[in-house]
Design a protein around this ligand. Structure first.
Ligand code: SF4
Length: 312
C-alpha cells in the first residue's frame, strides 16, 4: 500500500485543492486504478497461481500454469494488459456521507474510463445490444456500472473491477426449492463449475451467493469475488462450505484452461442475504485466472492510498 501525497502543507493544501478539484483527483486515481488492474494482478491471486503451479503434477496443466505466470510477469514488466479482453468496467464505491463532491463521482468515473481506454489502452467493450454499435470508449448505457455503498466519514474507496466476457458468459442464477437447502446449493454450484468447463479460463475464483432475490443473489455473488483469496469466510459454517466446494470443484479434473489437472478453482467465496420463506435463490459468478481488481482510498485532504497494489 502506498500513500500518494498530493499535499504537503496547509498552505499548499489550499492551493492544491483549488487547482486539483475532487473530480480531477477521482479521475486521475481511477485511471491509475484501471491501469493497475489490467496490468498487475493482486498479490493474493499471483500467490494462488504460483501455489497451483508448485502443486500441479499433470504435465499439461503445469505448462498452462507456467504460461499464465509468464504472461503475468511480462504484463507487469512491460505495463501492458494481462489479457486482450480488458473486460466491461465495473466500479464498487464506498463513499463517506460527509464526502464533498459526491455528485461528481459518476461523471469522473466515466471520464476516467474514456481516458484509460485511450491511454492504456483498453479494448473497447461497450456494445449496444440492439444496434451492435460499439461506443469505442468503454462507456454506454449503465456502463461503466457503479455499485454504491454510503458509509460514514469523508473518505471515498473505489474499486475498479474489469470483468472479462469469457467468465461472465458462464455465470448462473437459479432458484432451488427451500427444501433442497445447502445440499441443493452445493449441487447447483458444482453443476455450474462442470457446465462452465474451460469457458471461463480456469483456474477461476467462484463467487457464490444465496438469498435475497435473483438480482440480489447475483450482485452478492459478484461482490464475493472481491474478497482476497486465502481469507476464509468469517462465518465458520460458511467457511466450511467454501472449503468443501473448493475441494469438490478441484476434484472435477477440469484443470487450468480446461485441459485437465488438479487446479480448476483458486477459491470459492460465499455471500448471502436473508431470503423469502418460499424462495432459495442461488447465484454463481465466475472470475477467470486474470482476476483483476484494484482499490484506492481517497481522503478529504487529497491523499490517496492504493490498497491492493504497491505503487512505486
Ligand atoms: S475469461 Fe479472462 S482470461 Fe479468459 S479471455 Fe476473458 S478476460 Fe481473458
Amino acid at each position: 500500500m502506498r500513500t500518494s501525497n498530493l499535499i504537503a502543507s496547509p498552505s499548499r493544501r489550499e492551493k492544491t485543492l483549488q487547482n486539483h478539484t475532487i473530480a480531477d483527483l477521482i479521475e486521475d486515481t481511477v485511471v491509475n486504478l484501471l491501469r493497475l488492474a489490467v496490468t498487475k494482478l493482486p498479490q493474493d491471486v499471483k500467490e494462488a497461481l504460483q501455489k497451483a503451479y508448485r502443486e500441479e503434477v499433470n504435465e499439461t496443466a503445469r505448462v498452462q500454469l507456467e504460461t499464465i505466470l509468464k504472461n503475468i510477469e511480462l504484463a507487469e514488466k512491460d505495463n501492458t494488459p494481462i489479457c486482450q479482453d480488458t473486460g466491461v468496467i465495473i466500479f464498487y464505491i464506498k463513499a463517506g456521507a460527509q464526502t464533498k463532491g459526491l455528485d461528481k463521482i459518476e461523471s469522473a468515473l466515466r471520464n476516467a474510463t474514456k481516458k484509460a481506454t485511450k491511454e492504456i489502452p483498453l479494448r473497447p467493450n461497450a456494445v449496444d445490444p440492439f444496434t451492435q454499435k460499439n461506443t469505442g470508449d468503454n462507456t454506454g448505457r449503465f456502463i461503466p456500472y457503479v455499485n454504491w455503498e454510503i458509509t460514514t466519514g469523508d473518505t471515498i474507496e473505489i474499486t475498479a473491477f474489469p470483468k472479462g466476457g469469457g467468465s461472465e458468459n458462464v455465470c448462473q442464477v437459479g432458484m432451488i426449492t427451500p427444501g433442497e437447502g445447502v445440499k441443493g446449493l452445493k449441487k447447483f454450484v458444482i453443476d455450474a463449475v462442470i457446465k462452465a468447463g474451460a469457458k471461463p479460463c480456469p483456474p477461476t475464483i467462484v463467487g457464490v451467493a444465496v438469498g435475497g432475490g435473483a438480482d440480489i443473489a447475483m450482485k452478492l455473488a459478484k461482490m464475493a469475488l472481491l474478497r482476497p483469496l486465502g481469507q476464509p469466510n468469517p462465518n465458520s459454517e460458511l467457511a466450511k462450505i467454501e472449503s468443501e466446494l473448493y475441494e469438490a470443484a478441484n476434484s472435477t479434473g477440469i484443470g487450468p484452461m480446461g485441459l485437465g489437472g488438479k487446479c480448476t478453482v483458486l477459491g470459492v467465496n460465499i455471500e448471502y442475504a436473508h431470503r423469502h420463506p418460499a424462495s432459495f435463490p442461488v447465484a454463481v459468478a465466475f472470475q477467470c485466472w486474470a482476476a483483476r481488481r484494484a482499490t484506492a482510498r481517497i481522503y478529504a485532504d487529497g491523499r490517496v492510498d492504493y490498497l491492493t497494489h504497491v505503487v512505486k
